[in-house]
Design a binder for this molecule. Sequence first.
Ligand code: ADP
Ligand code: MG
Length: 256
Amino acid sequence: MSDVANHTGEKETEMTTMTDSEARVPASSAATPLYRATGVTRTYTRRGRTVTALTGVDLEIMPGAFVTIQGPTGGGKSTLLQLLGALDTPTSGTLQLDGRELSSASPSELGRIRAQEIGFVFQGFNLIPTLTAAENVDMALEPLGIDPAERRTRVAAALAHVGLADRGDHRPAELSGGQQQRVAIARAIVKRPRVLLADEPTGNLDERMRDEILDLLERLCAEGITMVVVTHDSAVARRATKRLRLTQGTVKDITR
Ligand code: ADP
Ligand code: MG
């Protein structure tokens, strides 16, 4: 993982509040955007018909930002999140993650970036029901070639970090919705990602659980993980340092 630790050549800032085994992330130069999108367009062609999901999106996301993306259904939110997550590439335009071009990266390079640098959280938690919480979290470490003892330490630390130290051997059905989402967040942070991308992470939760999850996301952001959260909920957007609105494939900064 040392190759992702420091692209800027600057000295890495230690997080004094956390131990080595916890989810510590590298600090980047404040002047270099984590993401830079220039003229990003994504079209889908189906049975000869072309749908434009994103059209000429220009965007910069600085390291450490808490970004929310709002907008009507069909506006392009999930498409943008997939591009930021290296799950998809633009039809035209350029998209850089920390100065590296994602738009022209090979599938294996995109896979490596996803496995090492990007955490995903979804509305439906997407946990595997037959696995325990700890096993679900551990899955994220599988592609990273980390030895089993280190894996166990990191899984335990990630679960502790989201307040579930004592729930590692519970299966998803034995946990509340808020707890399941915290397991999913532990799975996302155990790899020590640069960025956490979340699509309606509180959409299935009641208000109290939503606020717990928001507090957790805010804390992780303060620890250095950049947040990009798609949401319909204005309570989520109130936590943002940068608020975006996507309508018909066009992005507008609505930060006040
Ligand atoms: P949102 O998440 O804001 O609801 P999406 O990014 O899912 O919006 O969709 C944006 C537009 O792109 C919509 O018109 C949608 O129908 C279209 N779209 C998204 N994914 C696909 C796909 N795989 N194939 C064809 N059209 C798609
Ligand atoms: Mg969507």
